[in-house]
Design a protein around this ligand. Structure first.
Ligand code: ATR
Length: 283
């Protein structure tokens, strides 16, 4: 039987998931496996999900703007997708299609990979933003045993909703104006806002009150070094870029569909960087 998987989104042309999964399919010698892009307009999403099996798919990745809608449409989910009310991975099980969410796994795995000395329990973590990506990161940090979560968001209501929806016990909201207090004593800063992305302006924050031992990371990976990461590097802080989160979040899906656990290697990272037009990995 051909094992066919897709990534569905709108637009989808720039998704790097096919590059990642097809690299692993070749590398691991998985037979009869196909991973392709599927452009799905919002108005066609429900029909596509209904017909997923008939279309020959045994699974899928889900990207912008469909993660919340797919959650609503599928009948079964794992515990994390239930908590986040968002799905980035669909797996055909004995009970039909199941929605899962591996974004938080990817976030933590990237930190473990690139900053192995960082410890969740060693200090407060600051999350900039309170959108869908922030929810996945907040739940993952909470599960990792973070000492305290500080959510800083332009719109306060969204930060409050994030904390109550995820039932976070050790979390507090800070306004953008209270940034200095949020950064004080923190051992991690994560940008989950769209600021810093190609075409958007950079986040403008003063990192002076961050301890010298703090780690700064961004889930934005285009550009690889965002303004925030550059400012942190110039201050001598340790930084981790967001590309690894993309690579690591792909691992559990691949394993579930194809039965082999792939590795995130420097060879894969170089391949994806080349696709982004970056030939030299200086990190
Ligand atoms: P995603 O699902 O990728 O997280 P999202 O749900 O649209 O995307 O969330 C985007 C995040 O970026 C939000 O935290 C948003 O802040 P608001 O909740 O106040 O809208 C943040 N964001 C986007 N543009 C911003 C800007 N110009 N200044 C500050 N925050 C911004």
């Amino acid at each position: 039987m051909i094992k066919k998987v897709c990534v569905m989104g709108w637009p989808i042309a720039h998704s790097r998931s096919p590059l990642i999964h097809n690299f692993w399919i070749r590398q691991l010698g998985i037979k009869d496996a196909i991973y392709e892009r599927l452009a799905v307009a919002p108005e066609d999403l429900n029909e596509t999900l209904r017909n997923l099996r008939e279309l020959g798919f045994i699974g899928a990745n889900v990207t912008v703007p469909h993660k919340e809608e797919v959650f609503k449409s599928l009948l079964r989910h794992d515990a994390l997708a239930m908590r986040l009310k968002a799905v980035n991975t669909i797996v055909l099980t004995d009970n039909g299609f199941e929605g899962r969410n591996t974004d938080g796994y990817g976030f933590i795995a990237n930190l473990k990979d690139r900053a192995p000395d960082w410890r969740a329990s060693a200090g407060p973590a600051v999350i900039l933003g309170a959108g869908g990506a922030a929810r996945a990161v907040a739940a993952a940090l909470d599960d990792a045993g973070v000492m305290e979560l500080r959510i800083v968001n332009r719109t306060r209501d969204r930060a409050d909703a994030l904390i109550s929806d995820l039932a976070l016990k050790r979390a507090r909201v800070f306004t953008w104006e209270q940034m200095d207090a949020a950064l004080k004593d923190a051992n991690l800063v994560v940008n989950t806002t769209t600021l810093g992305m190609k075409g958007e302006r950079d986040i403008e924050i003063d990192l002076t009150s961050l301890p010298a031992t703090a780690l700064v990371t961004d889930i934005v990976y285009t550009p690889l070094e965002t303004g925030l990461l550059k400012a942190a590097r110039l201050r001598g802080l340790q930084t981790v870029d967001g590309l690894g989160m993309l690579l690591h979040q792909a691992v559990p899906g691949f394993e579930a569909w194809f039965g082999a656990r792939p590795q995130v290697t420097s060879e894969l990272r170089t391949l994806v960087l080349a696709d982004m037009g970056i030939t030299e990995d200086k990190s």
